[in-house]
Design a protein around this ligand. Structure first.
Ligand code: GDP
Length: 365
């Protein structure tokens, strides 16, 4: 599955947040046994109200959400990129994940020491990012020399990827993350991804604010939002302390509590969805009397690939996909009504599945 790694300096609220996530996962596990918890990973359901709207229409017995995994990547130390034991492990762990949720301390609390003495989320973000950038620069420098030789020798692949590597390196030397590299087309974007650099992974800044700012955020989180916007990242506001409380409550108490503090939904739900979007993931649905189910695909996936998420046989024997857009499905009142209204399309192998599509696959066995 897709994994989002949680990183941040010490004392910013990572554990608090991760514990809230795993509590949520544990609570969900009662309903969805596939939501597993391991020491450092929490697999959580992606909250999606569309599931319930479809279920009500399809009269399904069960609802099965799709899920995403968060990994707690502890152990960031300054100088991680200098290859000291723990630091190395930290970077290796980041390399494994698809995206990074970077927790930034945006709350004041004199009782909780800040590693660098002052509350400054922008400086904190830079501290962490610098470690990642140094590591990327070293890795690129090591790879570029032998690649140049290959390119000179006429190796086509080397010739194609070399400018991407050099572009990324120049950017890093300029103090910018590799994800800011402008690629000409999908091919180049893929090559950049193939380099598996730490700073080319998408980043979600998680602004951990004081309880009172959980809704609107504060001065500090607004600075982070500006930074995120400028560098193609995303920011969410959350109060880890509140999330920790919410995760202890049952569903009814949660709703009451949220209303009291003026929040529409738990911050974690927003964070989970932001992580999902950050990963470039979209959801399609299947609906029947047994279950309404959400499935995850990468944006841009064609119908056979989407079918393959359910079962490889579906992909191999793919014939066509009956496709109803979510809005048509719900506004018309389900599959038969959509068919009558001519809103159930038969899509073939080249169809690019859209977020919210309700699909029924026809396939050869
Ligand atoms: P980590 O080192 O990043 O994992 O940080 P922790 O989750 O252990 O949090 C460090 C300290 O900050 C703990 O004492 C938490 O209770 C406290 N803390 C975490 N989030 C908040 C918050 O939103 N507000 C306040 N006031 N304290 C928090």
């Amino acid at each position: 599955g897709f994994q989002c790694g949680i990183v941040g300096l010490p004392n910013v609220g990572k554990s608090t947040l991760f514990n809230a996530l795993t509590k949520t996962a544990a609570a969900q596990a009662a309903n969805y046994p596939f939501c597993t918890i391991e020491p450092n990973t929490g697999e959580v359901a992606v909250p999606d109200p569309r599931l319930y709207a479809i279920r009500d229409i399809a009269q399904s017995k069960e609802v099965i959400p799709t899920r995403i995994t968060f990994v707690d990547i502890a152990g960031l130390v300054r100088g991680a990129s200098k290859g000291e034991g723990l630091g190395n492990q930290f970077l290796a762990n980041i390399r494994e994940v698809d995206a990074i949720a970077h927790v930034l301390r945006c709350f004041e609390d004199d009782d909780i020491t800040h590693v660098d003495g002052a509350i400054d989320p922008i400086a904190d973000a830079d501290t962490v990012e610098t470690e990642l950038m140094v590591s990327d620069m070293e890795s690129l420098e090591k790879r570029i020399a032998p690649l140049k030789k290959k390119a000179t020798g006429g190796d086509k692949e080397a010739k194609a990827v070399l400018p991407i590597m050099e572009g990324a390196l120049a950017l890093l030397q300029d103090g910018k993350p590799a994800r800011m590299l402008e690629t000409a087309d999908a091919e180049e974007a893929k090559m950049l991804q193939g380099l598996n650099l730490l700073t080319s992974k998408p980043v979600l800044y998680v602004c951990n604010v004081d309880e009172a700012s959980a809704g609107e955020g504060n001065e500090l989180s607004r600075k982070v939002a500006e930074k995120a916007a400028a560098e193609g990242a995303v920011a969410v506001v959350i109060s880890a302390a509140i999330e920790a409380e919410i995760s202890q409550l049952d569903k009814e108490e949660q709703e009451e509590f949220l209303e009291t503090i003026g929040l529409e939904e738990p911050g974690l739900d927003r964070m989970i969805r932001a992580g999902y979007e950050l990963l470039g993931l979209i959801t399609y649905f299947t609906a029947g009397p047994k279950e309404t189910r959400a499935w995850t695909i990468t944006d841009g996936t064609k119908a056979p690939g989407a079918a393959g998420v359910i079962h490889t046989d579906f992909e191999r024997g793919f014939i066509r996909a009956q496709t109803i857009a979510y809005d048509d499905y719900t506004s018309l009142g389900g599959e038969s009504a959509a068919k009558e209204a001519g809103k159930a399309r038969d899509e073939g192998k080249e169809y690019i599945v859209k977020d919210g599509d309700v699909l029924l696959f026809k396939f050869n066995t």
